[in-house]
Ligand binder design. Structure first.
Ligand code: DON
Length: 581
């Protein structure tokens, strides 16, 4: 009897939520091109997208909606939505006709030091850098969201955080995707008692599909933030619990580290590509610099004529990718600690030098490529979501815990999953990190420093108006995924659904392997092999700790053209949703 009642109750809740999530407007399957007049949100989790659209409906601007979506994802999409991690928000502020880049990346705690992840023999201990309490940087998300709202939003924190509080307090229905992600990662994250208590409460089983998932501790934290702003997280009882949990588990985050966390409002990277302005994230992300650098080189060829995903186009793009990732390994790091030669790297002159070298070769083995000699200075498990509003504002936000569910540890009594962003530092010069990325001195660990990122939230501006907001997840693959989204729209003039669905490829200099999704013409793959490429499927690249799997990135984009918004949630992931009104 009790069992039947439970099934009936579950069915009722599922129907209620299904109806409720369409109440905001036409619900669009991930594989449709959604079109709206007043604004859109595209995120990787459907409930969070509808939360954002609801804020737009109430007259909020894109930043209000982005902050509401960000807090909601922390509840409904624990793989990557977070308040225990950090990220970047790029905003086009229509009224000022300018873009701003908000850096809320995690910071290394005061007690961090350069060799903290080396064992007695001087080798990198990956378990320490990825899954111990030491792997967490000081979280930046709450500070970033509050700063964005106060500076560029129009609504109160209480209004935009309330949907997240309700979702945590009253619960939401566990989806297939959440359940299967919890099952997949159980061995790694289910071993921590505080994590088990939240996600595996019944005899160590992952939260079942259809169950109402209530997170009281997380609701308490969100209410502290609602009442006291960022201080509700960085000072007082929440900060105490985070620091205590870290220390209990041999971590080094202190209350002082939390109190000292700082958001940075940085000048975005801007470039041009075939009469469009491209705006993206500056260091400590490498994304914006290398996106613009690659576009600068690619502009020298007629890519429309060489055609989408032909061997010729792929070869050109891969040669460019190898140079960019090679430069990344030497020159990129936190700009507050290391002088990043931004102007040189994104200069058209440097791009022309590289183009001239590339165009003389067919395929350059990675071993023959070294970080470029720059010209003298001339004056010349992450989630992305995009929001655009009827006022002309646009937001591209990428934030992350690094691996899926971060280091897997919930800080006891808070419901907060902690990041493992410290692995994005170069633990030892030349030793690849979780994404196979190599780095050196510029990205070595130092107290207070921010680890180098690949997150590339980006905007395309045309004739003074935000035309596209885009970005992706996927670790090192984020930059090349975003590159392909922008080129598909600008060069190949594809609508955003086709641009998103088109199969993608990736090369990051080392390993010297061209990874390609399913869906490419077999003749093209054969041609590439006969040119000397080692072609692999994405899962062969060994990003085992990432959710990337067989896919290269997951794009969440919106395009505004001819007075309408069209957007897509990447069909590669089912629970995502692009929706508007
Ligand atoms: O900041 C970075 O580049 C990484 N921490 C991003 C991690 C990521 O995208 C994981 N998801 N696939």
């Amino acid at each position: 009897m009790l069992k039947h009642l439970r099934i009936l109750f579950t069915l009722f809740i599922v129907c209620f939520v299904a109806l409720d999530s369409t109440a905001y407007g036409k619900s669009v399957a991930v594989d449709e091109l959604a079109t709206y007049k007043n604004g859109m949100v595209s995120s990787q989790e459907a409930i969070a997208s509808t939360v954002g659209v609801d804020i737009l409906r109430k007259g909020g601007n894109a930043v209000d909606a982005a902050v509401a979506t960000g807090f909601a994802l922390a509840v409904t999409y624990p793989r990557a939505g977070n308040i225990g991690g950090g990220g970047f928000m790029l905003v086009y502020v229509a009224e000022l006709k300018k873009s701003v880049a908000i850096d809320y990346r995690e910071m290394a705690p005061k007690a961090a030091n350069r060799d903290m992840f080396l064992d007695a023999d001087g080798n990198v201990d990956n378990r320490k850098s990825r899954f111990s309490a030491l792997s967490s940087g000081v979280p930046g998300t709450v500070a970033g969201m509050v700063y964005a709202l106060e500076t560029y939003g129009t609504m109160s924190l209480a209004e935009v955080i309330q949907p997240a509080i309700d979702l945590a307090d009253k619960g939401f229905v566990v989806s297939n995707e959440l359940h299967s992600a919890l099952s997949r990662h159980q061995r790694r994250i289910g071993k921590f008692e505080s994590t088990r208590a939240v996600y595996y409460p019944n005899n160590d089983k992952p939260m079942p599909v259809g169950r109402l998932f209530v997170q009281k501790d997380l609701a308490w934290v969100l209410k502290q933030i609602k009442a006291r702003g960022a201080k509700g997280f960085y000072e007082g009882p929440v900060a105490k619990k985070i620091a205590l949990d870290s220390q209990k588990n041999d971590g080094i985050i202190t209350e002082q580290d939390l109190a000292d966390y700082k958001v940075m409002d940085r000048a975005p990277i801007t470039g041009t590509y075939r009469n469009h302005q491209v705006v993206s994230m500056p260091p400590p992300s490498s994304g914006g610099i290398h996106l613009v650098q690659m576009l600068n080189i690619l502009e020298h060829w007629d890519i429309k004529e060489s055609k989408l995903n032909s061997a010729l186009t792929i070869n050109r793009m891969v040669e460019v990718m190898k140079r960019a990732y090679s430069d990344r390994s030497l020159h990129l790091g936190d700009p507050d600690f290391h002088d990043v030669p931004v102007a040189q790297l994104i200069s058209k002159r440097y791009a022309k030098d590289l183009y001239q070298k590339i165009s003389k070769k067919q395929v350059t083995p990675s071993d023959d490529i070294r970080p470029g000699v720059l010209p003298k200075y001339e004056s010349d498990q992450t989630t992305h979501y995009s929001v655009m509003d009827k006022y002309g504002n646009a937001v591209a936000n990428t934030y992350t815990l690094n691996a899926s569910f971060g280091n897997g540890r919930v800080a006891e009594g808070t419901g907060i999953l902690m990041n493992n962003e410290m692995d994005d530092f170069s633990a030892k010069s030349g030793v690849p990190n979780m994404f196979g990325l190599i780095g050196g001195e510029a990205n070595s660990i130092e107290a207070g420093k921010r680890p180098l990122s690949s997150m590339t939230p980006s905007l395309v501006i045309k004739d003074g108006k935000a035309m596209m907001a885009t970005g992706s997840v996927g670790g090192s693959r984020i930059i090349t995924t975003t590159l392909q989204a922008i080129m598909n729209v600008i060069d190949h003039q594809m609508d955003i659904l086709s641009a998103t669905k088109a199969p993608r490829f990736h090369h990051q200099w080392y390993p010297d392997s061209l990874v390609m999704e399913n869906g490419f013409n077999p003749d093209v793959i054969n041609q590439l092999r006969s040119m000397g490429y080692t072609v692999d499927a994405p899962e062969k690249m060994g990003h085992s700790a990432t959710p990337a799997g067989r896919n290269i990135g997951f794009l969440q984009s919106i395009v505004f053209k001819d007075g309408v918004f069209t957007g897509t949630a990447d069909p590669r992931r089912k629970e995502s949703l692009a929706i508007g009104f």
